[in-house]
Design a binder for this molecule. Structure first.
Ligand code: PMP
Ligand code: GLN
Length: 380
């Protein structure tokens, strides 16, 4: 048969986690914490399961969770969102991204994505007949040159996907980026799909520049987030998207036939926890900044070089002083030689920059895990 995605293989996250398990390596590759979320949250899931909350949730999400999300958005971004018509709970951010792309991208439409790009965007655009237009962000800053973006717009450009804080580089948008994004989207009538799954993991006291902060930009944007990142529960696969009602109505048409709804007891537990503990996401920056600094301090004894990540729970490291090989080869060597798994960066580019010598480490780990890993890495 004829593959619809002939050049798509198994995602790098699966590949590296499988290799880490095979070599019994410390897994700093795929992004997930090696610790649990708050026990009060976990206990609420048990509570609701015992209470019999085990059947389908409403298609658009449990009302109390949508209310709690709406209050969180008001608290964090000073933006009022209607919990009934402008929020949908999805099976992870991945589903929200796919449902949004499916709802709006038609054959022939172009969608701008920034490389290194999270790996689900490109296949989702292609499966819907669209053409991803990749714009490369380059080290060391990985900053967006908005003039390059303006030049890439054609009459077929339908949407632009942005991701701040950015996976895998950790860079974050400034207020200027948000303005520049708005100017281009407004001028060319573009939909903005804003992947904000790391919205609460921004360091050094910097504010996350959500599209929801910008009243005009929010009118043409779909903001996507994930409870997996904020509550250390990536395996629950619960996320959500926020969009103006007419856009949300279209996204729901896809969502209802993609997954229909998502886990009932977990939504109920998240609703309770989010309402009772708004402080959780307020302490997340310092919680992860401490882990970043712990990891980086140990790594400063190594031959890796780096600038501290501004956001996310990922740290890029340059390994050129250790070995002059492409990053995928280095990542395999690292597993075999040091027993530590990392993610190569070139796989997130359509055309990787030549001689890029960077890998991504996930520092969402207990101190003991980070210590064990860095003890291996400083020897290289
Ligand atoms: N977007 C980005 C940038 C991510 O890093 C991830 C995942 N880890 C996702 C989307 C998917 O989130 P989820 O696990 O909630 O589907
Ligand atoms: N977002 C996670 C990462 O960047 C992985 C998610 C996945 O495995 N699909 O590592």
């Amino acid at each position: 048969f004829d593959s619809k995605l002939p050049s798509t293989g198994t995602t790098i996250f699966t590949q590296m986690s499988e290799l880490a398990a095979k070599h019994q390596a410390i897994n700093l590759s795929q992004g997930f914490p090696d610790f649990d979320g708050p026990s009060e949250l976990l206990n609420r899931v048990d509570h609701y399961i015992q209470q019999g909350a085990n059947q389908y949730a409403p298609m658009i999400g449990i009302p109390s969770l949508r209310q709690a999300i709406s209050q969180k958005i008001a608290r964090c971004y000073d933006h009022q969102v209607n919990a009934d018509s402008e929020i949908t709970v999805t099976s992870g951010a991945t589903e929200a991204l796919f449902a949004t792309i499916s709802a709006f991208v038609r054959p022939g439409d172009e969608v701008i994505v920034f490389d290194p790009a999270y790996d689900s965007y490109d296949p989702a655009i292609r499966l819907n007949g669209g053409t991803p237009v990749h714009i490369a962000l380059l080290p060391p800053s990985f900053a967006v040159d908005w003039q390059v973006v303006a030049n890439a717009i054609t009459p077929n450009t339908k949407a632009i996907i942005v991701n701040s804080p950015h996976n895998p580089t950790g860079t974050v948008f400034s207020a200027h980026d948000l303005e520049a994004l708005y100017a281009i989207a407004d001028q060319h009538d573009l939909l903005v799909l804003s992947d904000e799954v790391y919205e609460h993991i921004v360091f050094e006291g910097v504010k996350h520049q959500s599209v929801l902060r910008h009243k005009e930009l929010a009118k043409r944007s779909v903001a996507v987030s994930s409870f997996g990142k904020t509550y250390h529960t990536t395996g629950w696969k619960i996320g959500y998207c926020v969009a103006p009602a007419p856009l949300m109505a279209e996204i729901r048409k896809v969502h209802q036939y993609l997954t229909f709804s998502t886990s009932t007891p977990m939504q109920l537990a998240l609703a309770d926890f989010l309402s009772a503990h708004p402080e959780h996401d307020e302490v997340l920056p310092s919680f992860y900044q401490q882990k970043r600094d712990f990891f980086n301090e140990a790594m400063s004894e190594s031959r890796f070089t780096f600038t501290p990540s501004p956001g996310t729970y990922f740290q890029l490291m340059d390994y050129s002083a250790i070995k002059d090989v492409p990053d995928t080869e280095f990542a395999l060597w690292l597993i075999e030689t040091a027993g530590v798994a990392a993610i190569p960066i070139s796989v997130f580019y359509q055309t990787p920059p030549e001689d890029m010598r960077l890998v991504r480490f996930c520092f969402a780990k207990q101190a003991a895990t980070l210590s064990a890993a860095t003890q291996q890495l400083v020897r290289l």
